[in-house]
Design a protein around this ligand. Sequence first.
Ligand code: ATP
Ligand code: MG
Length: 455
Amino acid sequence: MKIGATLKYSPLDHAARWFGRFLPKGLYARALIIIIAPVILLQSVVAYVFMERHYELVTRRLSSAVTADIAALIDIYESYPQDRNTSTLSRIASERLQLDVDILRNTDLPPPGPKPFFDILDETLSNELRRQVDRPYWIDTVGRSSYVEVRIKLDQNDVMRVLARRSQAYASNSHIFLVWMGGSSFVLLGIAILFLRNQIRPILRLAEAAEALGKGREIDFRPRGAREVRQAGHTFLEMKRRIERNMEQRTTMLNGVSHDLRTILTRFKLSLVFLEQTAEVEDLKRDVDEMSRMLEGYLAFARGEGGDAGEQAVATDLRQLLEEVQSDAERQGHVTELDIVGDPMITVRPDAFRRLLFNLVSNAARHGDRIEITANHETRWLVLHVDDDGPGIPQDMREEVFKPFVRLDEARNQDEGGSGLGLAIARDVARSHGGDIVLGESPLGGLRATVRLPA
Ligand SMILES: Nc1ncnc2c1ncn2[C@@H]1O[C@H](COP(=O)(O)OP(=O)(O)OP(=O)(O)O)[C@@H](O)[C@H]1O
Ligand SMILES: [Mg+2]
């Protein structure tokens, strides 16, 4: 906590952390976002600029040109009235301008059609007509798909009807550009995803291996992938080897120590037998007994989980383990209830885990009359409560009693000869499986020991 208080976070850090809450947590998803986000951004910018500049400009130019043609046709029509049936005008229009022109006599403009919701063509063409022709007009850009129809009111109840191809007035195939852009980026994304998958898999493997090591499971891990990832993998393996070497050294040393000390203690006991059996010698004998018991306990603890350091984690039937423990406690005359919810199969080191259960239940049996064991394995975690109706442990001692050789019983004057290692070993077992044990208050009135394990 102190570290957090002394570090100053800049507003930028705050923003980054706030932003980070909305990002996906997985590496794969994040890497994908890192690739996809710039692509989408770039495409949006390009598409926007393209639409805004190129597309509109071209449409405006084309519309303007068509409108200019129409204006010219109107001028010609009005300047040369001798061409009564307008055959020359129609011919010129269709041959030179690719426009289909008719003069409709004695009609009026139809009522304005429905305006398309958003149509750049309708808009630009109307603008150009208003600007260049400046007469009442009617325009239909929706009706026939590939044609645009424009009608313009001439003088004397005549209406000029012009049919133009839509592509003449409109940059109609510009969307091809967008399709190409989108399509090619989909292909590129697909390739990127494939490659990314291969790059990320070794990292996930490494994470799995590290997790397995934390839970004490055996793993088959070989460094793969990019140089940095492989380097991390090798470092991990090196670390694992170092840990194993340390454990080995510790075991060898402890075996040596226990052998030497046991020999001396045995000599001690023998010498005591040959002495005259006075009260002092009886005291001495009791001390030596106590000493050898403590020595055994300490060595078992120091060897790690009571000596099962080499044990492998395997799928284990929790129900069977708990029933054993239950019948043990019942044989000692305790009412013991057992309740298991969820999958009874767990992956643990069975001997170590049995010791954990035994230590907790024997504590409950020593201090209480009724015992209740409840296990819940509905999620990835196993949550196990051991409850009793004994005196419990005061709040401020609940961490203390996990320390090796710490016993409250001595203060409570219950000399039933524990060594104060039970909880220490139990917690050691839980932690070596990647979990933990905490103590609390039981609904039964005594102590509740809660074990949480990823299993
Ligand atoms: N269920 C419980 N109710 C009340 N006190 C408890 C309970 N379990 C443990 N304690 C207290 O915590 C202390 C430490 O427990 P721990 O199991 O580590 O040692 P121990 O039981 O005294 O000895 P060991 O288990 O090595 O035989 C005990 O001495 C006891 O005072
Ligand atoms: Mg105990």
